[in-house]
Design a protein around this ligand. Structure first.
Ligand SMILES: *Cc1c(COP(=O)(O)O)cnc(C)c1O
Length: 353
């Protein structure tokens, strides 16, 4: 800290992402990336774009991508916002819809970027404890003062809340914006996007990072009533006109145009998740019923931190959170079948010691 820092720079408490270790033989199961490459059509679109147009600015309005994402959800381009990863879309959403002095509410535990944004933008927040079984109770989120943000499925617990409960939360905050962060919804059931035409206070945020295997491209988006989307556009245009670059625009576009590939890799991950959950239970793990591309697990005999350390020695990296009430759990990303077999064999070895 120095005397030159603004009060905003001083109060910032930056988010710490999972370790990004560059090591060839590493089994990387710690940041919920997709183990499969993106669609070949994405790579082709990016190569074509590379061939001629990088000297020109990208579209500041991203109309084509917005309309493509819109049609995927039976919506129009003016109900879609795109940004540089959903983290950026979430940051703009905090600025656009939450107010300093009005308390917003989100679960404890949840995605740890929310308190970071809240502190940065000076928005007071209340963290609502999860139930004993880590589930979310809809009534806990009724009648908020400043708004609501909830991931569905929740991270890192992997649990999904039914749309009926989400709808109750939206209905019971008619004068506040309710943000549903659906980073993992493609591995779960229904998106709350189907409720947007019914509720003008609902914003659904999604990303191409997980289910579309594009974490490195940085494209996230929001779906909502056109007037909410308008507010997000106002934030972006007061900050940076070109948040999504040319390669990202065409890459994300091609991904939405190749639905068959998207469905195939998503189904494969879900199928691996179910197999891994069953096999981990056979190793006595408690495995929460995951609807995401990761599992959240705990062992009755060996502490999560010990398992984390032992796995790392074997070049397998998973995520361990050193905080109550989840410090005896590991969050393990679903990789390929081969990677997961290696994980299971290694766990078996560690547990036998
Ligand atoms: C991964 C994740 C994000 C961020 O995704 P990006 O689009 O890569 O920025 C947002 N919310 C949750 C809950 C996530 O797990």
């Amino acid at each position: 800290m120095s005397k030159f820092w603004s009060s905003m720079a001083k109060r910032a408490e930056p988010y710490v992402p999972g370790e990004q270790i560059e090591q060839a033989d590493l089994v990387k199961l710690n940041t919920n990336e997709n183990p499969y490459p993106p669609s070949p059509k994405v790579l082709k679109a990016i190569e074509e774009e590379l061939a001629g147009s990088l000297h020109l600015y990208p579209s500041p309005t991203a109309d084509k991508l917005r309309s493509t994402i819109g049609s995927y959800y039976n919506m129009t381009a003016d109900e879609v916002f795109v940004g540089n990863g959903s983290d950026e879309v979430l940051a703009f959403s905090f600025m656009a819809f939450f107010e300093p002095g009005k308390v917003i509410r989100f679960p404890y535990v949840t995605y740890s970027f929310y308190p970071v944004y809240a502190k940065l933008f000076d928005i007071p927040y209340e963290e609502v404890n999860l139930e004993e079984d880590f589930s979310i109770q809809a009534e806990d989120y009724f009648d908020s003062e400043g708004g609501i943000i909830i991931p569905n499925p929740n991270a890192p617990t992997s649990l999904y809340v039914g749309l009926d409960h989400i709808e109750e939360i939206v209905k019971n905050n008619p004068n506040q914006v309710v943000i549903i962060d659906e980073a993992y919804v493609d591995f779960a059931e229904q998106s709350a996007a189907s409720l947007i035409r019914k509720y003008d206070n609902l914003l659904v945020v999604q990303t191409t990072s997980k289910s579309r295997a594009l974490a490195g491209l940085r494209v996230g988006f929001a779906l909502g009533n056109a007037s909410l989307i308008d507010a997000l556009i106002r934030m972006k245009d007061s900050f940076n006109s070109y948040t999504v670059d040319r390669l990202a625009l065409v890459g994300a576009q091609a991904s939405f145009e190749d639905e068959a590939y998207f469905k195939e890799i998503t189904a494969r991950i879900v199928s691996t998740r179910e197999t891994v959950s069953k096999k981990m239970k056979q190793l006595e793990f408690t495995v929460l019923p995951s609807k995401a591309n990761f599992v959240f697990v705990s062992h009755p005999r060996v502490a999560a931190e010990v398992l984390y350390t032992e796995l790392k020695k074997e070049n397998i990296v998973v995520r361990f959170f050193d905080k109550e009430p989840i410090n005896n759990f590991l969050r393990i990303t679903i990789g390929t079948d081969t990677q997961m077999e290696e994980l299971l064999l290694t766990l078996e070895k560690i547990l036998a010691k």
